[in-house]
Write a protein that binds this ligand. Structure first.
Ligand SMILES: Nc1nc2c(ncn2[C@@H]2O[C@H](COP(=O)(O)OP(=O)(O)OP(=O)(O)O)[C@@H](O)[C@H]2O)c(=O)[nH]1
Length: 324
């Protein structure tokens, strides 16, 4: 989404580049005009191109919008981008006005010098905006490589309950680790295919593995972005308590997450090879493989139902005949 954002040069770098290039512009009688045009074009084109490279926040998927908003603040970003656009327009106007002034003037060099002075001060006035955009770019580049358009199983549960073992079992590979705002571990991302449909599995260590009450506002916002995935949550319990958390604690976390995340949730008790379980949800052992296929089938079914309910599938999009 944001990987291709360009490095944002500082005001001073841009001014140096533009003025230096202008000295090579021409050695003819029209030297000052040529210098003015070269510097003006370089500055305004650089600024306009920079703004264009940023995605229009009106059109990005809500998952990424929310993450960008927590990481850099979308409104603030828009203000800085519009100030850079304003500067590009100012530079164009300065260029045009001074070129007009040069017509018939004797001392073109001083007109050119004064135009450069005005350009430099416009550039100085957007110094902070460019620094902000470069900083934002650094942060936005590390957005997770999660595809908000794929139906997604979001794996949740306390540490060591078997989340990554489940992912490896169903995706056939070790998950790719993608960075995620405000987590140190990142998220694990894997895929599997059913028929023609590709599914995504996202493991959330550090996100959905401790009570939400322990989170600050910003972390909560970053986690809330998961609501925008086409997702259903698989909440893994470890009734053997080998994970180091009591079953009671684990069930409390489930009650915490479920209403807040507002996505369908399926509960599965893992490690049934170690301890029998007859409580809520399904059972499996990612170690022996027992029950894993059934859990996956169930998740695919839940995701299909959610797709129909949200009107994403052909089935629900079809026009029903009106009764006579
Ligand atoms: N006996 C048994 N052990 C299991 C099972 N599933 C996972 N384990 C073990 O439990 C430990 C934790 O498993 P992980 O898959 O790393 O757990 P996790 O929830 O991804 O842990 P974090 O990455 O810390 O969140 C590992 O030592 C696994 O081998 C199971 O079904 N039975």
């Amino acid at each position: 989404m944001f990987e291709r954002l360009p490095t944002v040069p500082t005001s001073q770098e841009l001014v140096d580049r533009a003025f230096r290039r202008s000295t090579r512009a021409s050695s003819s009688r029209r030297k000052d005009e040529a210098m003015l045009m070269t510097a003006g074009n370089i500055l305004s084109d650089n600024l306009t191109n920079l703004v264009r490279k940023y995605p229009s926040f009106a059109n990005i998927p809500p998952f990424y919008y929310d993450l960008a908003d927590v990481v850099v603040g979308v409104d603030e970003m828009r203000i800085h981008l519009s100030r850079v656009s304003w500067a590009a327009d100012q530079i164009r106007t300065i260029t045009k006005e001074h070129l007009a002034e040069m017509k018939g003037a004797k001392d073109r060099t001083s007109i050119r010098r004064s135009s450069f002075g005005r350009m430099a001060s416009v550039m100085k006035s957007i110094e902070k905006d460019l620094l902000f955009l470069n900083d934002a770019r650094q942060k936005l580049r590390f957005m997770p490589t999660v595809d908000p358009d794929l139906p997604t199983i979001i794996v949740a549960g306390y540490p060591n309950v078997g989340k990554s073992s489940f992912m490896t079992a169903v995706t056939g590979a070790r998950p790719e680790i993608a960075s995620y705002p405000f987590t140190t571990k990142g998220v694990g991302v894997g895929h599997f295919t059913r028929g023609h449909q590709r599914y995504q599995v996202v493991d959330t260590p550090g996100l959905l593995d401790r009570p939400l009450g322990e989170r600050n506002e910003i972390e909560l916002q970053a986690i809330a972005a998961l609501r925008h995935l086409r997702g259903a949550v698989l909440y893994i319990l470890d009734p053997s308590e080998h994970c180091g958390f009591s079953l009671e604690e684990q069930l409390r976390l489930l009650e915490d997450i479920q209403p807040w995340l507002r996505l369908p949730v399926q509960v599965v008790a893992n490690k049934v090879d170690l301890a029998p379980y007859d409580g809520r949800g399904m059972t499996m052992s990612t170690l022996s493989g027992t029950g894993v296929a059934e859990v996956l089938d169930k998740m695919v079914e839940i995701l299909e139902v959610a797709e129909v309910e949200e009107g994403r599938t052909e089935e629900s999009n079809c026009v029903r005949p009106t009764p006579p």
